[in-house]
Design a protein. Structure first.
Length: 270
């Protein structure tokens, strides 16, 4: 089975696999900016994992909305585009796909650096780390990337190196439903693929906004699970981007991706 077919399995199975992990990895004690469990330098990378990722991904900045950012991704020229999925030795590589919602968020931040300049930013479900990288490039004062997959954390460090950036802190805890962190801005892309996870995100983001007046930006290409969720009524469309042809082909007909501002009303239950 080619990876293109495997990618289709990832798209279909994302709610059955990744969402279960998000729900099962409960957050620990209160998470604070300076006390999170994280990597911050390439020295902590396992040499074998680094070598595997470097060998089995391609460095690319084409076919996406952000040619300024170089990323290690799985492409048709990679071995695992053709190999059977069960030969991949780690968890499903969701991080190795530059999803449309993340592309839109990253493009928006690069084009509008005032959105992050001098502010603390949490990139939730960071994946390849592109949006966190865009925030650093645009002058954010602090950036924390969060993903539950430790391999994603390692890939983010490699992607920072590719873009000549010092690695930002990366936490691999599930922080959804934890104590609301005091961030100026939370960004998240392509996270609304499962109703129960979406419910948890909805209420946790509400709490962050209510307690800390956090701004929230969401990237999503308009998938059914997202548009049909109750959160949709609390969103303001910021900007819509037409997706490059390569990304359209990767995502089976999706033609655009949107950045939304999450603005829950005071009448919502918290």
């Amino acid at each position: 089975m080619a990876f293109h077919g495997w990618k289709w399995l990832l798209l279909l199975g994302r709610q059955n696999t990744l969402s279960n992990v998000w729900r099962s990895r409960r957050a620990g004690p209160s998470l604070c900016w300076k006390r999170c469990c994280h990597w911050s330098t390439g020295k902590s990378l396992d040499p074998e994992v680094r070598a595997f990722l470097e060998e089995n991904t391609e460095v690319t900045n084409s076919g996406h909305l952000t040619p300024e950012i170089r990323l290690r991704l799985l492409t048709p020229r990679c071995r695992f585009w053709r190999e059977k999925p069960d030969l991949w030795p780690y968890g499903d590589p969701f991080w190795a796909i530059y999803w449309p919602g993340g592309q839109a968020l990253s493009r928006y931040i690069l084009d509008n650096p005032h959105v992050v300049k001098g502010r603390s930013v949490l990139d939730l479900g960071s994946g390849c780390g592109a949006t966190a990288i865009a925030a650093v490039m645009s002058g954010a004062s602090q950036v924390l990337a969060n993903d539950i997959d430790p391999i994603a954390g390692m890939a983010m460090i490699l992607n920072c190196e590719l873009n000549h950036l010092n690695p930002f802190p990366i936490t691999i805890k599930n922080i959804i439903n934890s104590e609301a962190g005091n961030w100026d801005l939370i960004v998240l892309g392509d996270m609304f693929y499962d109703e129960q996870l979406a419910d948890g995100l909805h209420h946790w983001l509400q709490k962050c906004i209510r307690i800390h007046q956090t701004e929230v930006l969401i990237g999503d290409p308009g998938r059914h699970q997202f548009l049909s969720h109750s959160i949709r009524s609390q969103l303001h469309k910021v900007i819509e981007y037409s997706l490059p042809e390569y990304t359209r082909q990767e995502n089976y007909g999706l033609t655009s991706s949107i950045v939304w501002s999450y603005q829950p009303s005071n009448s919502l239950d918290n």
